[in-house]
Design a protein. Structure first.
Ligand code: ATP
Ligand code: MG
Length: 219
């Protein structure tokens, strides 16, 4: 399947651009291969130094997270490494929360999203960029899917004293989107959690992207 794809094969396939990269950011493309649609995150077009350091590191980090999370509903399946600069996984038809309208979200959407995040935490991964609505997809079937594990951390490598804070950062990302899109379904306990986390936000060192990788997209 995906792991049989090589860069030479990818170069021959008709591909659709999902997201254009910036100087320190990958290009995202989708393509059909062996009867399935794949998303490929590719740093090959970044400047050579960026690609060989940051790009390699990001690809490895995201691939390892996808492998750890394999089998959880709500995580794109079948991850593979195209090469050192690109990681692939299954394309999930749908739209991101940034594009979705509140009326399109089923009543159980945010409960399910919270559940996917909890399953992810049970596998000792924190995402850390869930405030970004481009990183959460509503699939065609109306279920949540998490994207973009570039900023994730492996809790097995982090001192236990930080685990609760890191998990709470993810949950506050879920609740921030929840209150924005479906405030009618938000309860006091979750609201209080979000307010508590917002007060602590100015202290966060774990903010996803380092400064600068979010510059102008490639033309
Ligand atoms: N598996 C997938 N299925 C469907 N769409 C996807 C998938 N992976 C990524 N996308 C689309 O590509 C976009 C960018 O993906 P991702 O967030 O992983 O890359 P990125 O380099 O972090 O981009 P950005 O900086 O815009 O967040 C997503 O917002 C989504 O629209
Ligand atoms: Mg993203």
């Amino acid at each position: 399947m995906g792991e049989q794809m090589t860069r030479q094969v990818l170069d021959q396939l008709p591909a659709e651009i999902l997201s254009k990269g910036r100087w320190g950011n990958a290009d995202l493309v989708s393509c059909r291969f062996h009867g399935k649609t794949w998303a490929i995150k590719d740093f090959a077009l970044c400047p050579s130094l960026v690609k060989k350091t940051w790009g390699r590191w990001m690809v490895r980090r995201e691939y390892k997270a996808f492998i750890r999370l394999m089998g959880i509903a709500g995580i794109p399946p079948d991850p593979f490494l195209l090469d050192a600069y690109a990681v692939g996984y299954r394309f999930i038809p749908g739209k991101t929360l940034r594009e979705a309208r509140a009326e399109e979200l089923p009543d159980d959407f945010f409960y399910r999203l919270e559940d996917v995040v909890t399953r992810m935490h049970e596998r000792r991964i924190v995402h850390l960029d869930l405030r970004n609505r481009r990183n959460i997809l509503i699939s065609e079937n109306g279920v949540p899917v998490l994207l973009d594990f570039q900023s994730c951390m492996d809790l097995t490598r982090i001192p236990r004293v930080f685990h609760r804070l890191l998990r709470d950062i993810d949950l506050s990302g879920v609740y921030k989107n929840w209150i924005k899109l479906r405030p009618d379904l938000m309860d006091e306990a979750r609201l209080a959690h979000l307010a508590r986390m917002n007060r602590r936000r100015s202290l966060w060192v774990f903010k996803g992207y380092p400064m600068g990788t979010k510059g102008k997209r490639r033309g």
